[in-house]
Design a protein around this ligand. Structure first.
Ligand code: ZN
Length: 366
């Protein structure tokens, strides 16, 4: 069965306004381009086309998420506020989430894109799927946008899979360099959704993503945080997947695995302080494909999140989608030879200690 690919030009028209990196411009912060802009997404899609891989993918059209679908996670007040500002001249959806006119509809298309990719996989039209959506979603909380995310694309799609498609157990693996706080919040008390986030220790949002934040009530044990030390590279991510992520999924036995696919753990990322390479993303994808093949007929959906290196992200994304399809293009990642063997790329003792501490949480998953 083929791999699905979902994209829409409209995703690139979401306007994040001028900024200084990721903070609002103004005062002593000279206006510059916002770090979350269309470039990495456009260039990933372009490389898919130029490499020929796009021709091997089944194109999936996105749709608009409905208000009822959004309201399974978000408060009506949040949706109404974004909708109103979007119809005027834009504004901020909450914390560090600037947007221009029309972004409400683009965010509906982004959440609806992740929904459509999930439906395509559940319907058996494709085995797995990559949704190259924008704006991203994993930081959005029920009552406010956060960290460039207006609506929780994955939270909304997973709630749809549970409520509308009757799935009993869904797992979310978030390898974006920032903590998947919105997805965590959406399912914190819910044992039917296992949320796993690998992220740079105490980065964004500040204070979130601690190892001891393991879920609440009936959901206790079903939220797994791996706050990796800054500087973690291929060895740390591989060890975390082999020793924590894959065993957690095997214990949980999901019917669908959804990935919050950010590439800001990459070695060239301007926001992250990690060392992942395209080989790292390839390896993590391979592990999830193996586990999904064992547990849930290979049902795996990736939804695009962060990643801000315009030069590096396309090669990381291509590696992931090559693995999904099982087809190797002739493209050689020109950055791989530079980063594969830099100092600290292997598993370091302090990273090993964190992974060992996370392994102690596996017993709680039943
Ligand atoms: Zn991120």
């Amino acid at each position: 069965m083929p791999t699905g690919f979902l994209f829409h030009e409209r995703y690139l028209w979401h306007d994040t306004r001028s900024a200084a990196g990721f903070v609002p411009a103004g005062g002593f912060a000279e206006p510059d381009r916002h770090v979350e802009n269309p470039d990495t997404k456009r260039r990933l899609r372009n490389l898919l086309e130029v490499s020929g891989l796009l021709d091997r993918l089944v194109r999936l059209p996105p749709r608009l998420a409905t208000e009822d679908e959004l309201l399974r996670f978000h408060t009506r007040a949040h949706v109404e506020r974004v909708k109103k500002l979007s119809a005027e001249n834009g504004g901020d959806a909450g914390v560090l989430t600037p947007f221009g006119p029309g972004s409400h509809e683009i965010a509906l298309l982004s959440a609806g894109g992740t929904l459509a990719a999930v439906d395509a996989v559940l319907d058996g039209r494709v085995r797995n799927a990559y949704a190259l959506v924008r704006p991203p979603g994993h930081h959005a909380e029920a009552d406010q946008g956060m960290g460039f995310c207006l609506y929780g694309n994955i939270a909304v799609a997973v709630k749809h899979a549970r409520a509308q498609r009757g799935l009993a157990r869904v797992a979310v693996v978030d390898w974006d360099v920032h903590h998947g706080n919105g997805t965590e919040s959406a399912f914190y008390g819910d044992p039917s959704v296992l949320t796993i986030s690998l992220h740079q220790d105490n980065y964004f949002p500040p204070g979130r993503g601690k190892l001891e934040d393991a879920g609440d009530g009936a959901g206790r044990g079903y939220n797994l945080n791996l706050p990796l030390p800054p500087g973690s590279g291929h060895g740390a991510y591989e060890a975390a997947f082999a020793r924590v992520v894959a065993p957690a999924l095997r214990r949980f036995r999901p019917e669908l695995i959804v990935v919050a696919c950010g590439f800001d753990g990459g070695a060239m990322d301007p926001l992250g302080r990690m060392l992942a390479t395209s080989g790292t993303y390839r390896s993590m994808t391979r592990t999830l494909l193996d586990v999904a093949g064992e547990l849930c007929d290979g049902r795996l959906v990736l939804s695009h999140e962060g990643g801000y290196s315009t030069a590096h992200v396309p090669f990381c994304g291509l590696a992931v989608i090559e693995e999904l399809t099982g087809f190797q293009t002739e493209v050689v990642d020109p950055f791989l030879e530079f980063f594969a063997n830099v100092g600290g790329q292997g598993l370091q003792p302090h990273q090993d200690a964190l992974i060992r501490a996370a392994q102690a949480h596996l017993d709680a998953i039943r």
